[in-house]
Design a protein around this ligand. Structure first.
Ligand code: FES
Ligand SMILES: [Fe+2]
Length: 405
């Protein structure tokens, strides 16, 4: 990178783009995630979480809006989750209004019934029935680490990644999932933006003072995505692992006196181009004598939050409210702080050119990797097969455990 930084625009292409490409992929492509969009189709090549397992009881059907599409999700009486098209192929009734019967679902309008694989099994008013022509689209599902994952792509789904730090009996996993009204990509590339911690999150325990603790930020492509390192002059290091296409594994800021760090997994799934959900898992060692206090303080903290961090951020960004007037006991502060910056910067395809410096090394590497893979995807070339192996992509954290200076 040159001394004065580099200008990065929404028209930026892959570094190795050659003249023969069928479609010129630009950075502005990353935030269009519908079923016909390039980034939308790329994201659909991977298992995506859509819901917490505990939000779907057996026998219940619900509407599911994700990746700019509408589906019906239901849990059969056997406990297995199913995802099918939102509308009945007969006269378009919303399938989630119907009845779950066994592992099948019956339409509320004229009673057509479908198995979880989409096969039509009954058409009560049709004699003879023509079930073989009346299937509904269905999508493979899996449940893991308390989330329902769905594969929305074409063909065979890939193997489901496993995250041992979050599926062990020795830990307690808690869920800090939230929705944010901005592109998923804004959150994705905030993950390696270490320098924002000293400012956006300056009030948080574990933050630092950039004026005398200035770190060096480094990024390197890994077998899973990008290894993102923040190295302080005194030898402390923070290493986060970004997983392609939309995952972060980290050890994050301590939030309780009983524990030094929280093991953290975030997956950013677009709801549409301008909204996303971050599925957030934190894993804490289940140490008797420590975990009880941690869970109690956590529950008390959340019980005190009676203000919506999306609404407060909207008021701050629009100038109707000052950040200094926020009561940190009444709002989930870290989410509010990130809401302000991530909704404020606008989506990648509509941003003015950005001037990136050395501290943007992780942001830049994530963009380069994304652009390269999207260009290959557009050209029909083989994609890099990402793999998560915690031994290959270890996380590490040495935050300042006292407030800056
Ligand atoms: S619309 Fe579903 S059975 Fe008629
Ligand atoms: Fe942040």
């Amino acid at each position: 990178m040159s001394e004065g930084g580099i200008v990065f625009t929404s028209q930026q292409t892959d570094e190795n783009l050659t003249g023969a490409n069928t479609r010129r992929v630009t950075f502005g492509d990353v935030d269009q995630i519908g079923p016909d969009d390039l980034a939308g189709r790329y994201l659909r090549q991977f298992w995506q979480p859509v819901m917490h397992s505990h939000d779907l009881e057996a026998g219940r059907a619900l509407p599911l809006n994700i990746l700019d599409e509408q589906f019906t999700i239901y849990r059969g009486e056997s406990g297995k989750p199913f995802v099918i098209s939102s509308r009945c192929p007969h006269r378009s009734a919303p399938m989630h209004a119907g009845w779950v019967q066994g592992d099948e679902i019956r339409c509320f309008y004229h009673g057509w019934k479908f198995a979880g694989d989409g096969t039509c099994t009954e058409q009560p008013a049709e004699r003879p029935a023509f079930c073989e022509r009346a299937g509904i689209k269905s999508y493979p599902t899996q449940e893991y680490i308390g989330l329902i994952f769905v594969f929305f792509g074409e063909g065979e789904p890939p193997e489901m990644p496993r995250y041992p730090a979050f599926d062990s009996k020795d830990v307690v996993v808690t869920y800090d999932t939230y929705k944010r009204p901005c592109s998923y990509y804004n959150n994705l590339e905030n993950s390696g933006d270490f320098s924002h911690i000293a400012f956006t999150h300056s009030s948080l325990h574990g933050s630092w003072d950039e004026s005398n603790q200035e770190p060096t930020i480094m990024a390197e492509e890994s077998p899973w995505g990008v290894t993102m390192t923040n190295a302080f002059p005194d030898g402390r290091r923070i290493v986060y692992q970004f997983g392609m296409p939309n995952i972060l594994h980290a050890r994050v800021l301590p939030d309780d006196p009983n524990y030094d760090y929280r093991e953290f997994l975030a997956i950013w799934v677009p709801i549409d181009d301008d909204n996303h959900i971050q599925f957030t898992l934190t894993s804490t060692p289940n140490v008797p004598g420590k975990i009880e206090g941690y869970l109690k303080r956590r529950a008390e903290r959340f019980a005190g939050y009676d203000q919506d961090p999306v609404e407060i951020a909207r008021k701050i960004v629009s100038g109707q409210m000052k950040y200094e007037d926020v009561d940190p006991k009444r709002v989930w502060l870290v989410v509010l702080q990130d809401n302000i910056v991530q909704t404020g910067v606008g989506r990648p395809s509509r941003r003015p050119p950005e001037l990136l410096g050395r501290s943007d090394a992780c942001v830049l590497r994530q963009r380069r990797v994304w652009l390269r893979e999207l260009q290959k995807f557009a050209d029909g070339k083989p994609l890099k097969q990402w793999r998560y192996d915690p031994a290959e992509v270890p996380v590490h954290s040495e935050f300042f455990t006292t407030k800056k200076n």
